[in-house]
Design a protein around this ligand. Structure first.
Ligand SMILES: [Zn+2]
Length: 422
């Protein structure tokens, strides 16, 4: 008997990454202001480049994004089953700390934002810091902003304790408001030239602050290769590892700026044939989409949010009965891939049994067996047989021709499947 680990519930993971989100303020407004001020100090004779923001557009950008919009957006995601990752920049642009408040803005906005993060967004999205400010690097001794930028100079960050300490502070600020984060997001290309040290620093910080041995980070958006979920520093005995969540599609909602309107067709066209997602869905590889919070808001016009609604409607049309795709948080994808790669599977022929041993738990662990089966027990519990992929869920099995698919939540330690072959 041959066994293979399949996608969870035989469905291709979908996930939405939202970057540059933070309570109260509009990061883009401060990012462009601070970048242009930095330019005036350091390169007074060089005009800002396109990636540094547009002075004329800046006039249209409001300094805040209201909690009301976050409520509307998050409620829509909840009702429509969209899951993923949502940034919570802990000290955005150095304007206010998430664990202290934003003194120059109404307290009720800050309180409303925290409530929405905890109650409405968190159930469907991992919340991560996107380093500390997403603008200038913070001097941790004085807690003042330096002249270095998180996503410029710290593309190649110091690889000693300073990097780990920086991530620890970011994670602690979220923890201070009752949010033990599942991982981190890189602001821009933060850490990209030292990925091994960066991955190690995130793993160390996550264990230190949250006692979480299996975090993830989001650093890469790759349009030119098929997506994968790289796992770094796996320790099979201790159940420690860190996943790199790689996006294959974006930033085509409203841009990071909130004035660069994207297009749903770049994700998936109305006939469901074009765009970058269909070939990846066809190969059943994880589809992680990226957008930016100011882009969904689009200076109050919500145009990026409308593109999200169109993309979601098309993905629903691609999978009308929900048998082909599964919306997941980033952390759920990371945990699934760890289990997939780091679980020991042993097949016993007589009587037919499968023994699994792992320190990497996951929901919806799904196996394919190359033989039809009449009855399956997992650790002594009978699984229910279902007769369609639509009904296939955790704790069930499905026979299709000469194959059997079985799904269950994989727990730490040993799991025994006993089979009665048809
Ligand atoms: Zn960002």
């Amino acid at each position: 008997m041959n066994i293979t680990v399949c996608n969870p519930l035989l469905r291709t993971p979908l996930s939405l990454i939202v970057d540059d989100s933070c309570p109260v303020i509009n990061l883009t407004y401060y990012w462009i202001h601070q970048r242009h001020a930095w330019k005036a100090r350091h390169q007074p004779n060089i005009a800002p480049e396109r990636w540094e923001g547009d002075t004329i557009q800046l006039k249209k950008i409001p300094p805040t994004i209201p909690a009301d919009f976050a409520w509307e957006w998050a409620e829509w995601c909840w009702e429509n089953g969209v899951k993923g990752k949502f940034s919570l920049i802990p000290y955005p642009a150095g304007i206010g700390r998430v664990d202290e408040g934003f003194p120059d803005f109404p307290t009720r906005e800050y309180q409303a934002w925290l409530r929405i993060y905890r109650e409405l967004i968190w159930p469907s999205f991992d919340l991560t810091p996107e380093m500390l400010t997403h603008t200038a690097v913070v001097d941790l001794d004085t807690f003042t902003l330096t002249e270095a930028w998180e996503q410029v100079e710290w593309v190649d960050p110091p690889v000693d304790n300073r990097l780990t300490d920086y991530i620890i502070i970011a994670m602690e600020m979220l923890d201070n408001v009752g949010i033990p984060c599942e991982g981190v997001t890189s602001p821009g290309a933060f850490g990209k030239r030292q990925e091994a040290a960066y991955a190690r620093a995130v793993l160390t910080a996550s264990q230190h602050v949250n006692n979480n041995p299996r975090p993830f980070y989001f650093l890469w958006l790759k349009h030119d290769e098929l997506p994968d979920v790289p796992i770094w520093y796996p320790d099979k005995e201790k159940g420690v590892a860190i996943a790199s969540i790689v996006s294959c599609a974006g930033d085509w909602f409203g841009g990071w700026t909130g004035y660069d309107l994207g297009d749903a067709d770049r994700f998936i066209t109305e006939d469901l044939q074009g765009g970058c997602l269909p070939p990846i869905l066809e190969k059943e590889l994880p589809c992680v989409l990226v957008g930016h919070w100011p882009g969904f808001y689009f200076n109050g016009e919500k145009s990026g949010f409308e593109i999200l609604k169109t993309v979601k409607a098309r993905l629903d049309a691609y999978d009308p009965d929900g048998t082909k795709t599964l919306w997941m948080k980033n952390s759920e994808i990371g945990h699934y891939w760890m289990a997939r790669e780091l679980t020991k599977l042993t097949v016993m022929e007589e009587p037919p049994q499968i023994h699994l041993s792992t320190q990497f738990p996951t929901a919806n662990f799904t196996l394919a067996l190359d033989t039809p089966v009449r009855h399956i027990q997992v650790n002594g519990w009978d699984l229910r047989e279902v007769h369609s992929r639509r009904d296939f869920q955790t704790d069930t099995f499905l026979v299709e021709g000469k194959q059997t698919f079985v799904a269950f939540d994989l727990e730490v330690g040993k799991t025994e499947l006993e089979l009665i072959v048809a």
